[in-house]
Design a protein around this ligand. Structure first.
Ligand SMILES: Nc1ncnc2c1ncn2[C@@H]1O[C@H](COP(=O)(O)OP(=O)(O)OP(=O)(O)O)[C@@H](O)[C@H]1O
Ligand SMILES: [Mg+2]
Length: 377
């Protein structure tokens, strides 16, 4: 049986392990927190720091393969393990390109992959030299996650929101839709695409409201998205699962925003909604089986369950009964003991052949299901 390690023990690791239970594989997880969402679902849990060279190297030595659920892992250790024969998904080279937003943007430019125009800034002083770029988005080269490390700078007046560290300043795209395109790449270079996902944002709060798949797109735009996403993964030269986030602007132009070299939040609906989920697919790739069928069984929507603002402490789930009473609704609670404002605590998938039913239910679920705590801030 192959021994496969996952670096990181959050919800992505947890859902990977739920899929692993169907395959002949011995699973290992490394994470600093032994109460993390993935800890009790693996065969072997190792407490360790995924950013530390020795921890990652010791963990990976003797395993057949390794994968990640977060980009901020120690890539020097992965490179050494790879040289010693451990199969790493994604390959270290691809991970390094993606890990740093500066390198990622340079990579798109070098491969003529459409992405908004950019300049690199090393400091706030340098940012001041590029006022002609505004409105723009300033992105920290490394160290940012979940939107922290990204600042929209509309005009020179807001320049102090920028980062005084190596960063990318890119032109703000006039977004019509944000799309995520998940692609699977086998070790022999075969590829298959999932139906695209429409990430629906709240225009006022700039928060992700919900996701719906397949996205409603004109054929020409869908073809552009598929061609661009395939170009990205071909240029990355790595097997694995990749989520390419793209913008479609008001003129129908398509730009790559960023790529995740791993299973992704925008693909959680594939667990119930598609014949082979993104998690099932990654095991097929790692274990050397044929790629699965990405087709949708039903259109699907995902609502992310985030910790309510102003609650912090032991998590409680209000409204679960009402949600569980709905037809074709699937609740995933990640098992995090404590909630915090905005923390990803779970998600709910809705399946329906009728898109109106999807939008009605997502809105109802967002209204009734709340993660709170007895301890109010
Ligand atoms: N060039 C751009 N033009 C317009 N909006 C942008 C641009 N770049 C980023 N954004 C907005 O900011 C959001 C976050 O940016 P990005 O995806 O690069 O950051 P992130 O830190 O990876 O965030 P997350 O982890 O939430 O994906 C995007 O989803 C988009 O709404
Ligand atoms: Mg993003």
């Amino acid at each position: 049986m192959l021994k496969v390690g996952i670096l990181g023990g959050g919800q992505l690791g947890r859902m990977l392990l739920q899929s692993a239970a169907n395959y002949p594989v011995e699973t290992y997880v490394m994470e600093a927190d032994e109460n993390c969402p993935a800890a009790h679902l693996c065969h072997h849990f190792v407490k360790g720091n995924i950013r530390d060279f020795n921890d990652v190297y010791q963990f990976g030595k003797g395993l057949d393969a390794l994968t990640i659920e977060i980009e901020s892992v120690n890539d020097d250790a992965l490179e050494k393990l790879e040289a010693e024969g451990v199969n790493v998904y994604p390959r270290t080279k691809a991970l390094r390109i993606i890990k740093n937003k500066i390198d990622q943007k340079k990579f798109y430019a070098a491969h003529e992959i459409p992405s908004s125009d950019f300049v690199i800034t090393q400091s706030l002083r340098e940012l001041e030299l590029h006022t002609d770029f505004f409105p723009a988005v300033h992105k920290l080269g490394s160290g940012g996650y979940d939107g922290r490390g990204v600042q929209i700078i509309s005009s020179a007046k807001e320049m102090d929101k920028g980062f005084d560290a190596p960063a990318v300043l890119e032109k703000k795209v006039n977004i019509h839709k944000e799309i995520a395109q998940i692609v699977a790449v086998s070790t022999t270079g075969q590829t298959t695409l999932y139906p695209p996902v429409d990430m629906v944002f709240d225009p006022d709060l700039n928060l992700l409201n919900y996701q719906i798949s397949p996205a409603e797109l004109a054929d020409q735009i869908l073809w552009k998205i598929e061609a661009i996403a395939l170009k990205v993964v071909k240029a990355l030269e790595s097997p694995g699962i990749f989520a390419v986030e793209l913008f479609v602007d008001k003129l129908g132009e398509v730009y790559v925003n960023e790529t995740a070299p791993r299973v992704h939040n925008s693909g959680h609906h594939t667990i119930e909604g598609n014949f082979s989920s993104q998690f099932d697919m990654l095991w097929r790739i790692i274990l050397g089986y044929p790629l699965g069928n990405t087709a949708a069984i039903f259109p699907a929507a995902i609502v992310n369950l985030l910790g309510e603002p102003s609650y912090s402490g032991l998590a409680k789930y209000d409204g679960l009964d009402e949600v569980l009473e709905m037809d074709n609704v699937f609740v995933h609670i990640y098992g995090k003991k404590e909630t915090r404002p905005g923390r990803k605590m779970g998600h709910v998938t809705i399946l329906s052949a009728d898109r109106k039913d999807l939008t009605y239910k997502q809105s109802r679920i967002r209204h009734v299901l709340k993660v709170v705590s007895d301890d109010q801030l």
